[in-house]
Design a protein around this ligand. Structure first.
Ligand SMILES: [Zn+2]
Ligand SMILES: [Zn+2]
Length: 112
């Protein structure tokens, strides 16, 4: 007869989730299709991790880099820069300005 193997104590990990998530930001994150940086001095666009971006982080720190997001329009599925998209809290969606122009701003800001 073999002796029962007794568990030598179980570790209890208490995972406390204390995140104060802003729903607005979260849905924005979901809509983000990518992000890139725009240098006003070089007038160039680069992506995070690009050789150009690396150069700006090391040698060209004085260049002003604007961070831009690419968002996916929930209506036409096109990817546009965030300046060309708007968020509707009523729909919880991002739409590009084309689509907003198509249906009208008031309709865009209603849940119908
Ligand atoms: Zn630059
Ligand atoms: Zn659209």
């Amino acid at each position: 007869m073999t002796g029962p193997t007794s568990p030598c104590g179980t570790l209890r990990e208490s995972t406390t989730l204390e995140k104060s998530e802003v729903p607005d930001f979260r849905s924005r994150e979901l809509a983000i299709a990518g992000n890139f940086f725009f240098c006003e001095v070089c007038n160039l666009v680069c992506e995070y991790g690009d050789p150009l971006w690396n150069e700006h982080q090391s040698q060209l720190k004085f260049h002003k880099m604007k961070r831009m997001f690419l968002l996916r329009c929930s209506r036409c599925k096109k990817v546009v820069v965030d300046a060309y998209a708007e968020y509707s809290p009523e729909r919880n969606q991002f739409w590009c300005k084309n689509c907003i122009g198509d249906v009208g701003y008031l309709k865009f800001r209603s849940a119908e």
